[in-house]
Design a protein around this ligand. Structure first.
Ligand SMILES: Cc1cc2nc3c(=O)[nH]c(=O)nc-3n(C[C@H](O)[C@H](O)[C@H](O)COP(=O)(O)O)c2cc1C
Ligand code: SF4
Ligand code: SF4
Length: 438
């Protein structure tokens, strides 16, 4: 059986699945439920001294939407969209002290880790909250530089407002890292383009790792009433956000090489595997436990264990980052791969009653012939679109031979375009890298 245990920033976890900071970690009672459900760790709902962020949680609003942008009634499928507004913990951080100690002990007794989360009003508050977390014996703290809501709260500064500013993120991280000994992990916001700059800044400031990422800010409309859902902007997430989160996990893993924990877009164990393969060995599960209940957690953990066993991964390290390491560094590498072209299998093709591939090939590379669909090899660029739009699995991709390439003007870039000093000249002469019809 696969060994699911791992170490992240010096803290040991029995497996890669922990609970993200949100409503499912907002009281000692629910923390206990998470431990009982088998979580490897829980990140407490963000502790704060910002009154309005605490009050916001007491006024939380939720809209769970389906693929038709309708409110879900009942079963939540993988294509859910969670539109919601909630703040930080409504229990003042000092009042959390006995609960943190008790919950940390309960977690440790079950080989689980209780992790802190902070969101302060001033730099001194960030320090005070993190010191309190450390004094309660918690082995790690996450700084919430990712919450989308402070930006919409008048007079409040925090969350993504810090996470969008590399210098401010650096300052708060450095001050907290000076004040505590436990590893500090920064939760990043995806609501920006400078995620990597922020991650680099907090790494230089002493952060042990980062979380990629918190959620986006959205705006959702009920077209029947013409009203915005939940009265206006709110946080938004769902499995649709996963590739966007993975993009940052990938870049942080490959370009910064710093420990990264994954968040934003988990529904099942397959999503957990994607995060691990991209480079985040520790993965946080959030919304789906709010929508399905904490009892759903073992399904994810069991699924991960079975996946590793059936695919021959002996441990978490053997999966971590494999997809990122297999990734091209830039699009230029694609040009080194062999050319492909499409062919239609006449035995299964339903033409002429079906013409979908012809309609969806935007390169004029498939045409109606008297005996079926013909590939116009000179035009086919090997994009693979038709292999997916054909409902009858009747198109396939084949490596283009050198002889065939020679017949395909589109694949031949005039050599003088790339001769030294002639690049612009080539374009001046109107040489275009567009297809030449055969
Ligand atoms: C209702 C709600 C409340 C949240 N509260 C917090 C919070 O207090 N602190 C925090 O760091 N993240 C908070 N988050 C973000 C989650 O921890 C998590 O990063 C995010 O939901 C993405 O993961 P998921 O797709 O598994 O939900 C909250 C998310 C939701 C939906
Ligand atoms: S691979 Fe792309 S270009 Fe070629 S036939 Fe199919 S859709 Fe057209
Ligand atoms: S989409 Fe498939 S079945 Fe339809 S014409 Fe093209 S190859 Fe034939």
């Amino acid at each position: 059986m696969a060994d699911l245990s791992l170490e992240f920033c010096g803290v040991k976890f029995k497996h890669p699945v922990i609970i993200a900071s949100l409503e499912t970690t907002n009281s000692p009672e629910v923390l206990r439920e998470c431990v009982d459900a088998g979580a490897a760790g829980m990140i407490v709902k963000t502790l704060t001294d910002i009154e309005d962020m605490a009050r916001l949680t007491e006024n939380s609003k939720y809209a769970i939407l389906n693929e038709k942008n309708e409110l879900i009634k009942g079963k939540v499928n993988k294509n859910f969209v969670f539109y919601s507004r909630s703040g930080y913990s409504s229990t003042a951080f000092k009042e959390w002290v006995p609960h943190l100690i008790e919950s940390r002990k309960y977690a440790e007794d079950h080989n689980a880790r209780l992790i802190g989360s902070a969101g302060g009003k001033t730099v001194q508050s960030w320090i005070d909250i993190c010191r309190t977390i450390e004094d309660c014996g918690l082995p790690m703290v996450e700084l919430n530089f990712g919450c989308p809501h402070p930006a919409m709260m008048p007079g409040v500064h925090g969350g993504s407002m810090i996470g969008q500013d590399p210098e401010m993120a650096r300052e708060v991280t450095a001050r907290v890292c000076e004040a505590v000994k436990i590893p500090v992990v920064i939760k990043l916001t995806p609501d920006q383009s400078r995620v990597l700059d922020v991650a680099r800044a907090v790494k230089e400031a002493g952060a042990a790792g980062v979380t990629a990422t918190n959620r986006y800010t959205g705006f959702s409309v009920d077209i029947e009433t013409g009203m915005p859902r939940l009265g206006g902007p709110a946080g938004i997430g769902g499995v649709w956000a996963k590739p966007l989160s993975l993009r940052w996990v990938h870049r942080i893993y490959t370009e910064l090489g710093m420990p990264v924990t994954g968040s934003n877009g988990i529904y099942d164990h397959k999503d957990v595997v994607e995060f691990i393969m991209t480079g985040a060995p520790l993965v946080q599960v959030g919304s789906i436990l709010m929508l399905k209940g904490i009892k759903y957690l073992p399904t994810i953990i069991k699924g991960l264990e079975e996946f590793m066993d059936s695919h021959g991964y002996p441990d978490v390290a053997s999966m971590t980052g494999i997809a990122s390491r297999n990734s091209v560094k830039d699009y230029g590498e694609q040009f080194k791969k062999p050319r492909m072209h499409s062919e239609v299998a006449t035995a299964t093709c339903k033409n002429p009653s079906c013409t979908i591939c012809i309609q969806t090939c935007f390169y004029d590379a498939l045409a109606q012939g008297p005996d079926g669909v013909n590939t116009i090899h000179a035009n086919c660029i090997g994009c693979e679109m038709c292999t997916q739009t054909c409902p009858f699995d009747s198109t396939g991709m084949f490596t283009t031979t050198e002889e065939r390439r020679a017949e395909q003007p589109f694949f031949q870039i005039p050599p003088d375009v790339f001769e030294k000093g002639k690049f612009e000249k080539g374009f001046d002469r109107g040489i275009k890298l567009s297809k030449v019809k055969g």
